[in-house]
Write a protein that binds this ligand. Structure first.
Ligand code: IPE
Length: 252
């Protein structure tokens, strides 16, 4: 059984210039692309994880997660975004079922420590598509946020995913001269990290943290690719194993 993970980045499913703006049309198109790909690749298992974009990140910047009310508001923003995503996925005919991430993982200071994946495994066996998202976690040390990218690593490794696709609104990673880097590998990965700056706006560390997560995933032998979800059929082609324009990570 082959299983892929799709991370729908906040940059593609929300308008990050605005606040609490869901990109309905884009999400619906991506959901249709996923559906069409699955129709061709019968039996393929899928987990979908989405980011926070102008819901989670905006809420975290506005309310913070220092106290319980702030944490509650950030969780609510993610809950709202998740409902929009679920609506798009199920309307396209995908059996998407949300697993509230803080009920699946235990995390400390933004890092996943433990997980109970039994229910997710049962859902995959029952042909469901588990949906998770970057979320606020609570433990004795306080509140912290775990990005969907780290969940992709944890789930990809634990459930032996074949591919992890990061759908974003860019083609991939660019070098200092603005040229797309087609492949990140053992030879060039240090240089690549040097090209990316940390983002102040994203509470989970922006592009640099994302690329670090992608490297980590690819180092455990999983194919990783950044897929430009703004380009029609790019995500569909990626799932179908066709050539795409974006950056791929190859450490295998
Ligand atoms: C962020 O998740 C979750 C919260 C801010 C609560 P991600 O880090 O996965 O989100 P994106 O993809 O960068 O928007």
């Amino acid at each position: 059984m082959s299983m892929d993970i799709i991370k729908l980045g906040g940059s593609i499913i929300t308008n990050k210039e605005g606040k609490f703006e869901f990109r309905k049309e884009t999400a619906e198109r991506l959901a249709m692309e996923i559906k069409e790909a699955l129709e061709k690749e019968k039996g393929k298992k899928l987990i979908i994880i989405h980011g926070g974009g102008s819901f989670g990140h905006a809420a975290a910047n506005e309310f913070g997660i220092k106290d319980a009310l702030g944490a509650a508001k950030v969780k609510k923003a993610m809950h709202e975004l998740n409902l929009h995503v679920l609506e798009a996925l199920t309307s396209a005919g995908l059996p998407a079922i949300t697993f509230q991430p803080s009920m699946v993982f235990e995390a400390e200071k933004g890092k996943i420590k433990k997980a109970n994946l039994n229910y997710i495994k049962a859902a995959l066996d029952a042909n469901c598509i588990p949906v998770l998202y970057g979320d606020v976690f609570i433990n004795k040390q306080g509140f912290s946020i775990v990005s969907g990218d780290d969940m992709a690593y944890f789930l990809g490794k634990a459930l032996k995913a074949e591919n992890v696709f990061f759908a974003a609104n860019v083609d991939g990673v660019f070098d200092g001269k603005g040229r797309l880097i087609k492949e990140v590998n053992a030879k060039n990965h240090k240089d690549v990290l040097g090209f990316i700056r940390r983002s102040k706006k994203d509470v989970t560390g922006g592009m640099r943290k994302k690329v670090e997560a992608m490297l980590k995933i690819s180092k455990v032998g999983i194919n990783v690719a950044i897929v430009n979800g703004s380009r029609e059929n790019e995500l569909k082609n990626a799932i179908l194993g066709k050539e795409i324009r974006g950056t791929t990570f190859c450490f295998g």
